[in-house]
Design a protein around this ligand. Structure first.
Ligand code: GLN
Length: 481
């Protein structure tokens, strides 16, 4: 076996190594699978491994290379997929007992796109049940540990996808983000992660949590890798009517998209509401240091206000459970997965859902059906939708004076396993700075900017709709300095 520096391996380095015949795709896949076998018992980033698929995909890439043919953009690069995204013929659990034995009958559009580009898929990663949570502790199958500190959570809900990359068990991964689930675990594990603009990436084949908020996005060690994967998975899909054409994104590199960004013209908006008192001062300090760095590079820092931030969590925890309660109605013991027999139909539903769903999912279904019930619909659901519009207006106003916004990803550092799980409200607070972005539909990147108390800190860079490329350029400026 050739010596490969797993932690230093990026998509581009992996491709180069393959083309220069420093190693074969099969060797790379085997090294990653061995590493998973060795380390993942402790970290638990994967729920299901797909070694046969991975080795087969790797061999196909090696055949192309042996024939002297061009290899596609992700050829031979090992990756991981969050287990709420369908991979044909593999188990897809969404972290729930209710889907423990469900096997996907088709590929999600994003998976299809990765496969076309030569991806080597190692397996499916752990998550909070139906992506509801911020720590991956709500998974029915066990908690994912943070590779940077095994006593702490990896963040959630895409904790497995973040830990797989941070732990050197995948070069990149896919997650999903409804209220922060890509950005938070990326920040907690010290990797980069993008929540794309709503509609930029097809949701076809993503097990829905809250359809008006959900987006699939990439996680990787470098911004460049995040960008590569994003460009591949983005674009309109006739299987998802909310997806749209994204010409600015798809042609960025071709059409000179990498042209120099004029840092002197860059205005970075800092929302004053995104540095709350209860937040960890060490996090705020690291973010301020990063902002100073941008200022030194020539950017202008301007203070902006997002005055409706105080209502964001409330609106999010009305809208997302409302949509979840409708989306999860299909898991009734008749159509999919787990099923409990009973004397009559009502009991069959009750037993199936009562035993198949975990506590947090049950809580959200109750909350969701409550806010949608005839008597409370106007008081909660309609009002939350109005607040959503106000939050969107806040961002649009802020973007009048700023090109991008920057803030911490989360007010807190990665916390200890068990620390918040008994107190849902303190868990919800972890997403204070991320949920608004989903409510408004904008893109945001979580960029690793260093450490506080030996734990990773993430900077959130929020852009205007479909301006992912600007975010990437600005993030790369930080990386290269
Ligand atoms: N932590 C948030 C929640 O529990 C966000 C989850 C997500 O983005 N999927 O709903």
């Amino acid at each position: 076996m050739p010596k490969i520096d797993i932690h230093g391996l990026t998509i581009e380095k992996c491709r180069q190594g393959l083309m220069n015949k420093e190693f074969s795709a099969l060797e790379v896949a085997k090294i990653f699978l061995e590493r998973i076998a060795k380390d993942d018992e402790q970290i638990f980033s994967y729920l299901t491994l797909t070694p046969e698929l991975a080795l087969g995909q790797a061999k196909a890439v090696d055949r192309l290379i042996a024939q002297g043919r061009q290899i596609p953009r992700l050829a031979g690069v090992p990756c991981a997929i969050k287990d709420n995204i369908l991979l044909k013929d593999a188990r897809c659990t969404a972290g729930s007992k209710i889907l423990e034995n469900y096997s996907a009958s088709y590929d999600a559009t994003v998976v299809e796109k990765l496969k076309k580009e030569g991806a080597v898929i190692l397996g499916k990663t752990n998550l909070d049940e139906f992506a509801m949570g911020s720590s991956t502790e709500n998974s029915s199958f066990g908690v994912t540990r943070n590779p940077r500190d095994l006593e702490r959570v990896a963040g959630g809900s895409s904790g497995g996808s973040a830990a797989a990359v941070a732990g050197g068990m995948a070069i990149y991964s896919l997650g999903s983000d409804t209220g922060g689930s890509i950005r938070l675990p990326a920040a907690f594990c010290g990797v980069a992660g993008l929540k794309p603009t709503y509609g930029a990436v097809s949701r076809y084949g993503l097990i829905a949590f809250a359809s008006s908020l959900d987006q699939i996005g990439p996680m990787a060690k470098t911004v460049d890798d995040v960008q590569t994967v994003f460009e591949i998975i983005a674009g309109q899909d006739r299987m998802d009517s909310t997806s749209v054409e994204t010409p600015k994104i798809e042609n960025s590199r071709l059409a000179g998209g990498q042209a120099k960004l004029k840092i002197e013209n860059l205005r970075i908006g800092v929302p004053s509401e995104y540095f709350v008192k209860g937040g960890d001062p060490e996090v705020a300090k690291q973010v301020k240091i990063a902002l100073e760095k941008y200022e030194k590079l020539g950017a202008k820092i301007v203070e902006v206000s997002l005055p409706n931030t105080e209502y964001a969590l409330a609106a999010y925890y009305i809208i997302s459970p409302a949509e979840a309660s409708a989306n999860l109605a299909r898991f009734d013991g008749v159509k999919y997965g787990y099923s409990q027999k009973a004397e009559n139909l009502a009991d069959a539903y009750l037993n199936t859902r009562g035993r198949g769903f975990g506590k947090e999912v049950q809580r959200r279904i109750m909350l969701g059906t409550y806010v949608l019930s005839a008597g409370y619909y106007d008081a909660y659901y309609i009002r939350a939708q109005k607040v959503r519009t106000l939050i969107r207006n806040d961002f649009n106003n802020a973007f009048k004076t700023a090109d991008v916004l920057m803030s911490p990803v989360s007010p807190s550092l990665p916390f200890k396993i068990g620390e918040k799980i008994k107190d849902p409200l303190s868990m919800y607070l972890v997403d204070l700075y991320t949920v608004s972005v989903n409510l408004a539909g904008f893109p945001a990147l979580s960029l690793p900017i260093g450490e506080a108390k030996g734990l990773p800190v993430g900077l959130q860079i929020i852009g205007k709709e479909f301006e992912e490329n600007k975010i990437f350029k600005i993030a790369k400026l930080y990386e290269s300095n």
